[in-house]
Design a protein around this ligand. Sequence first.
Ligand code: WTA
Length: 646
Amino acid sequence: MSLETLLNEARLIDMSASIETDRSTTIAAYFKRAQEDRLGFWEDRARELHWFKEWDKTLSWNKPHAKWFEGGKLNAAYNCLDLHLEKYGTKTAMIWESEDGTSQHLSYEDLHHRVVALASQLKEKFGIQKGDRVTIYMPMVPELAVAVLACARIGAVHSVVFAGFSATSLRDRIQDSDSKLLISADGGYRRGAVVPLQAIVTEALSNNSCPKLDDVLVYRYISPKEPLADLGDYQVHDYLETVSENPVHHDAEVMDSEDPLFILYTSGTTGKPKGIVHTTGGYMTHAKYSARTVFDLTPNDVYWCTADVGWITGHTYMLYGLLSNAATIVMYEGTPDFPNQSRFWEIIDKHQVSIFYTAPTAIRCFMKWGDDKISDYDLSSLRLLGTVGEPINPEAWMWYYSVIGKERCPIVDTWWQTETGGIMMTTLPSHKPLKPGSAGFALPGISAQIVTVDGDAVSVGGGLLTLTEPWPSMLRGVWGDENRFIETYWSTLDTYFAGDGASIDANGYITVLGRIDDVLNVAGHRIGTMEVESAIIEHPAVAESAVVGIPDDLKGQAIMAFVMLKGGFEESEALISEIRQVVSDSIGPIAKPKMIMITPDLPKTRSGKIMRRILKNLACGDSAGDVTTLGNPDCVKEIEAKCQTL
Ligand code: WTA
């Protein structure tokens, strides 16, 4: 699939009949209202939340600083729990599926009860006050959701650190946010093995490295009887003991709309992660509205988002967006291939999941594992599918649509970022026909444009993706680094620059092509790594590929491709030259990879992003660099060994 083919993708699949008429009518009205009165539209959406006091001013925009719903008072956790108790108290809020196959159902009352118990201890026992930061480092267990919501309930700013991050990453994030409390666990499970979180925490905190941190609260999940580790300078407390102490019931803290709700660290172009700051009123407004609208949520749905809570997708489209709509969510502890490659389909069958949201990289894995892994399971409960995180190649889109969705379920390809807080673009099936590989259109209330480097609008063709008007869930800054906030997002263009390249077609569909920082320059020609990768995937033997630029004396940069084959295909010289030819045929001889290396796997973050930086290091004969964020660090050694034979 070359970029050209992606951009020439002509299929339009009309799935409007899959959306009930009243909800289609609502969406049409949203588009109209947002068009006529954008701020009025957002006021209507904000009113769907519960406010202790309504705002005085809808928006103050002092670029790049936005204040939404100033003067309004609300609480995010109250909107996710307390608000539903009367009507949905006994409804299942969360179905938790453990890696070993047991499940727990928590009603809204149960979840509320647990959150209130922890929240009261955070205040009473640890003296956490509104605005204090709390770092959360936990496996995918219900207590993680409880910890997040308990912070929100008392107005503490949570910073969830994905439990796959290393001790150094954890330490950096605790320090950068000046957290007073760390909520963690003794460990988690991953593919049947224990992830030793306690040891990682101990290492992160060694040598009194986090002097602002006072207490560590440990949920003993793996070994409830083991004594707690002594962490020297920090007070260590047992989670279950703590929450079983007599709670003092506090009402949810009254927060200003612009009080920070959370910080979430994300990688940028420099080595140091940046703490993206989101506030309360605007974030919750968009989370609630977009979750309901994009996923066509109804009260009977069982919704499963496969992301970890440690990423923005887990924040917005597992917790805040869904719970604020009183939805039933599935939270799964493990990986898609444990104990076997049918795990996801088994879970969908078991819990009658109706809405399923995952990443293209997972979809490509499922394709590779083969359709027979799916055939034993009943997927008829599914009615809507979603993807997020990277561009989806039309081949994977069509596979998802036909094999998983049985051509009954619309697919929402959702484009957004940690910084945007929620979904900015997707094709709503009631609005337009779906176009494989293309995210499509900005949601009502959001203004997306493709512009040239000079900021001129492109009506048809490629350019930079920008959001031209402020939106409620936009980042309010980079924690403690105002310069970086301005430099990264507001200095390239006059408007918010997303860092992505995209193209718009004559019908207004926007196709996101990927980060523009991954562009190569080969003999003066700009070539997207994604462009070459999608060409390579066109070869029937290829499951996935990653392309990097390596230094080349003649051309400046040359292309090196790492290729993962589908099951049943063997590496051979003939196959490699065929793959090279596919690229040449589909883009042109300039895009022909200089080198193609067949690898058993590609290094990926746990959220499924291929780490090209690591491949580039290896291809250049350097050491891999930081591999702590990888979900599959083992493959690095194999690739390194192969690179050394080049
Ligand atoms: C990419 C994840 C194409 C994009 C929610 C963006 C996508 C980055 C899509 C943000 C999509 C996300 N199509 N590309 N549907 N969704 N991206 O912050 O490059 O982890 O800038 O947020 O992922 O990644 P982040």
